[in-house]
Ligand binder design. Sequence first.
Ligand code: 6PG
Length: 257
Amino acid sequence: MTIRVEVLDSPGEVAGDVADRLLALAARRQADGGVPSIVLTGGSIADAVHAEVARRSAGSGPDWGAVDLWWGDERFVAADSPERNEGQARRALLDHVPVDPARVHPAPADTGQGLDAAAAAYDAALREQGPEAFDLVLLGMGPDGHVASLFPGYPQLEVTDRLAVAVPDAPKPPPARVSLTCPALARAREVWFVVTSAEKSAAVARALAGLALDRDGAARPTGARTDPHEIPAAGITAHDQVTWFLDTDAASDLPPR
Ligand code: 6PG
């Protein structure tokens, strides 16, 4: 696995660049005869990426009817709650491109079945309909280093026998969530972290500690990495490549190249 770090001038440039690359990745996979499988995420920069993907695929782009979409985590709230990551992605992207509803796989909303049952249902859906490897997992990161709904010091970081878990007490509201586990997120050819703003610069530096960055963005291991229990993002791997897309503010605590 390789690790790369791309630094762009502003959150807008990050969103545009990630959107272009996502569209190119999906088109390439379809040209090879495959059905791209992409794991979406929630949060402010993800919202900007989704909007750019929609804008840039108007009139061109991949065949959206042959793209599988999953979510890295979901807030366990009512289906029509504005807090759902699914709803956020629908408003910014899925309502604007011709997806096949059968290929859109959000984690269950709260319909009274209970959080554990919802997580078990998403785990089963991933096992039954998920690919061997996702083509792309998109992840934001919180200022505390959390990814998806895997929070520092939380027991869900230890789970290796399931693809999706219940998080009943997340420190970021709303507290009830369903998250993919580390092994599920690692079932990816590519993981792209999309992280902007100065409030995340310390966590970015800790997530990338133990790596030296070349001028062209390639990372080389040089020392001990940060414990994923402290910074969950530090523990995320992929089959092929993990790429960090940062704005200059988020990258401001990285050592000079
Ligand atoms: C969630 C998100 C979460 C998010 C990060 C970054 O459900 O809360 O999936 O993991 O990606 O917290 O969010 P921001 O980009 O808004 O900081």
